[in-house]
Design a protein around this ligand. Structure first.
Ligand SMILES: [Mn+2]
Length: 431
């Protein structure tokens, strides 16, 4: 694998930190051993953990008001892959990239695939985009895409999704994520049932084009840009559509796409129970679809989501395999640093969930011991597993402290020189 940051630099960085890490790791191993847990198993599981990077996340995002670009932002999909390559080189937890079309469209998919392989990267689900008009597009999505009142507009949106499948096939992807902003801004603007009927009719056209080993992820979102009634607003609608479409259609849970205080872990449990949990877009939120860094606002919620995933894995075995992806907008940080941190925060929640003593928890639950049930979760959540994450990175060839290593490498400064800002560069930001 070719490395974007000199491998010698990473080794030098690790050499400085390794003795302290070993001491922390040994101390944690002792704590966990007293609880009957083997740290080596947890570290091996952390090494297997993988979350996909969003290609749109390596550029600076923005809000409805402004975007303040950073230096050295990638200007095309190949430069985005370089940044993703750095993130994976240092974290070893992000071996795939989720592309967004047409933003990431290339006329040379084999070159893109080759570049990705060089960095040890593959391609996760591809994303279609019918929430904005593209240059030269015949029919506008101003009043909807898959749900448009106009048959030709719907056909255009279906054709775009099928094109995404074709592009994904050329890259080795196995999934299509479909999110539409379709909906109404005013009561009465849409016939609510009619809009969903049109959505399903269009979605059937996309589903029919899916290869047998592909999945279609239906992403719901409560509101925005439709501020009165989004057609696919909640997990119930997503679930109903996934059931209507067939076994290859599943629900995608974006953590920011719910009303405040929604019990997201319960949604996860429900979807897992009925075999329709397709995957995640991880991020964090305070008020709405804030697209903040994973674990930055409510790390306990992230842990509780992974607690349900650990439970589902125990019940359903290897067949339970939801797709993990990050979906964030980085407005005030270096996107590479945010993505490295976020991958580690999701990985942290997964390791913490693996610490839960499930047999003890079951006993507490069966004896209605509410206090100890909650404590069983809290004990796992309060355990600082940072040494496990760092050891997993070290053993997999990454950096003990990815952000420190990245900053010392001067990668951003070099990128700023090599990538002068270009008008109309490939889009990044909020999805
Ligand atoms: Mn999303």
């Amino acid at each position: 694998m070719s490395t974007l940051i000199d491998a010698g630099r990473v080794a030098e960085h690790n050499a400085k930190l390794q003795a302290n890490l070993q001491a922390d790791y040994d101390a944690l191993a002792g704590v966990l051993a007293r609880r009957g847990q083997d740290i080596e198993k947890l570290t091996a599981a952390a090494q297997r953990f993988a979350v996909a990077l969003p290609s749109w996340g390596v550029g600076t995002g923005g809000t409805r008001f402004a975007r303040f670009p950073g230096k050295g932002e990638p200007r095309n999909v190949f430069e985005k892959m370089e940044d993703c390559g750095v993130i994976h080189q240092l974290t070893r937890a992000t071996p795939s990239v989720s592309l967004h079309f047409p933003w990431d469209k290339t006329t040379d998919p084999s070159a893109l695939r080759q570049q990705a392989e060089g960095y040890g990267l593959g391609f996760d689900a591809v994303n279609s985009n019918t929430f904005q008009d593209q240059q030269g597009q015949e029919h506008s999505y101003k009043y909807g895409s898959l749900t448009s009142q106009d048959a030709a507009t719907r056909a255009q949106a279906v054709a775009h999704n099928i094109e995404c499948i074709e592009l994904g096939k050329a890259l080795g992807s196995k999934g299509l994520t479909v999110w539409v902003g379709d909906g109404a801004n005013f009561p009465g603007q849409h016939n609510l049932r009619g809009a969903l009927e049109r959505y399903l009719d269009s979605a059937r056209g996309i589903y029919a084009a899916l290869p047998d080993d592909w999945q279609m992820y239906i992403e719901h979102k409560l509101f925005e840009p439709a501020f009165y009634a989004t057609t696919i607003a909640d997990w119930g609608t997503s679930f109903a559509c996934a059931q209507q479409l067939g076994p290859k259609a599943k629900c995608l849970v974006d953590l920011g796409h719910h009303a405040p205080n929604t019990n997201i872990e319960m949604i996860v449990a429900r979807l897992a129970q009925f075999g329709k949990l397709g995957g995640f877009h991880f991020n964090d939120s305070k008020y709405g679809d804030d697209d903040l860094d994973s674990g930055s606002i409510n790390p306990f919620q992230l842990f509780l989501v992974f607690n349900e995933l650990a439970d589902a894995e125990q019940r359903d075995g290897a067949g339970f395999n939801p797709a993990y992806m990050l979906d964030q907008s980085h407005n005030v940080t270096d996107p590479i640093e945010s993505l490295m941190n976020s991958a580690a925060e999701v990985q942290r929640a997964a390791v913490q969930a693996a610490l839960v003593d499930r047999a003890a928890l079951k006993q507490y639950q069966e004896s209605n011991d509410a206090l100890q049930s909650a404590q069983a979760l809290k004990q796992a959540y309060r355990t600082d597993v940072s040494a496990i994450l760092a050891m997993a990175r070290l053993r997999s060839g990454g950096a003990i402290d990815p952000v420190a290593c990245y900053r010392a490498s001067g990668y951003r400064e070099k990128a700023a020189e090599a990538r002068p800002a270009k008008a109309g560069a490939s889009s990044s930001g909020i999805v």
